[in-house]
Design a protein around this ligand. Structure first.
Ligand code: AAT
Length: 277
């Protein structure tokens, strides 16, 4: 008998099914349902509340693109904050940058970090680095209590349901703005431009009301609905499209390079229309 897991719910009317060869772990944490499964197509996968979070096969695209675009736009990022991202993939990319002295991960659900370390060491490997501090609390509260501290803030959050709803609200974006230094950069994963026509314009407007430079960029992520995924950026000083990347190394990346950095901001017309709404 074949076992299939289906992601459904974030896009009404759409199901995304993956064949599962083995269920390694399932539990109800204090915040969400967590599953680790092996699959023939994507290798090991992390699911939260029946939604695909990450997997061995395509995780590099998301984790590189949410991290390196901002880290290579800022001339000297030293202190970086990640909200969510308990699997550790974003942290692994951030600490590739030699300028980074400290990376703080604020994850609401301790069990995501613990199970990722146990079952997904390829992704979680950076979490033990001495530059990394892992805190278990609500990212919304954390940013409210920090001012003028970070060069970069990255929101690697679940979809806007459950504990992540507040991570897509104007008051959270304002707190992040205040937690950034005077030349800081904010990046968030902001869902599918094809399926989430309501969220992206709203987030763009919120960011535009705070930052002089507001951008949307895209990457191709096979296991997220639609395959085309968006990231929203607010920058106080540095423009990611005009930044000179020629002196920046590309580190050991499989998706990100300087051409992709610039190309990611070239938006199809239907996406341009969304951000100008
Ligand atoms: N690296 C890709 C994985 C994720 S998981 C996002 C994480 O955000 C989860 O571990 C969840 O527990 C955490 N989270 C949710 N709300 C909060 C909060 N308020 N404070 C801190 N952490 C939070 C992203 C997957 C994207 C899926 C797209 N379909």
């Amino acid at each position: 008998m074949e076992l299939w897991y289906t992601e459904r719910g974030i896009v009404p009317g759409l199901g995304l099914s993956v064949q599962v060869s083995k269920v390694l772990h399932e539990e109800q944490t204090d915040f969400q349902h967590l599953a680790i499964v092996d699959t023939p197509l994507f290798g090991r996968m992390l699911w939260l509340d029946n939604i695909i979070m990450t997997n061995i096969k395509d995780e590099f695209v998301y984790h590189e693109m949410i991290s390196h675009v901002a880290l290579n736009t800022h001339p000297n990022p030293k202190k970086v904050l990640v909200i969510g991202g308990g699997d550790g993939g974003v942290i692994r990319e951030i600490i590739k940058h030699p300028s980074v002295e400290k990376a703080v991960l604020v994850e609401i659900d301790r069990r995501v970090v613990e199970t990722s370390k146990q079952y997904l060491p390829e992704i979680a490997c950076g979490l033990e680095d001495p530059k990394v501090e892992v805190l278990y609390e609500d990212g919304i509260k954390y940013v409210e209590n920090h001012k003028n501290e970070f060069d970069i803030i990255i929101t690697d959050s679940t979809d806007p349901i459950g504990p992540a709803v507040g991570l897509f609200e104007g008051s959270f974006y304002k707190s992040c703005y205040d937690a950034l230094k005077e030349d800081g950069i904010f990046v968030a994963q902001t869902e599918s431009p094809f399926y989430d026509e309501e969220l992206i314009p709203r987030v763009q407007q919120d960011i535009r009301s705070l930052y002089p430079i507001t951008k949307l960029y895209l990457a191709f992520i096979p296991t997220y609905p639609g395959g085309c995924w968006s990231f929203s950026m607010g920058s106080k000083k540095y423009d990611p499209e005009t930044v000179d990347l020629s002196q920046k190394p590309t580190y050991t990346t499989r998706y990100y390079n300087h051409g992709v950095h610039k190309a990611a901001f070239m938006l199809p017309n239907f996406v341009r229309d969304l951000i100008n709404k």
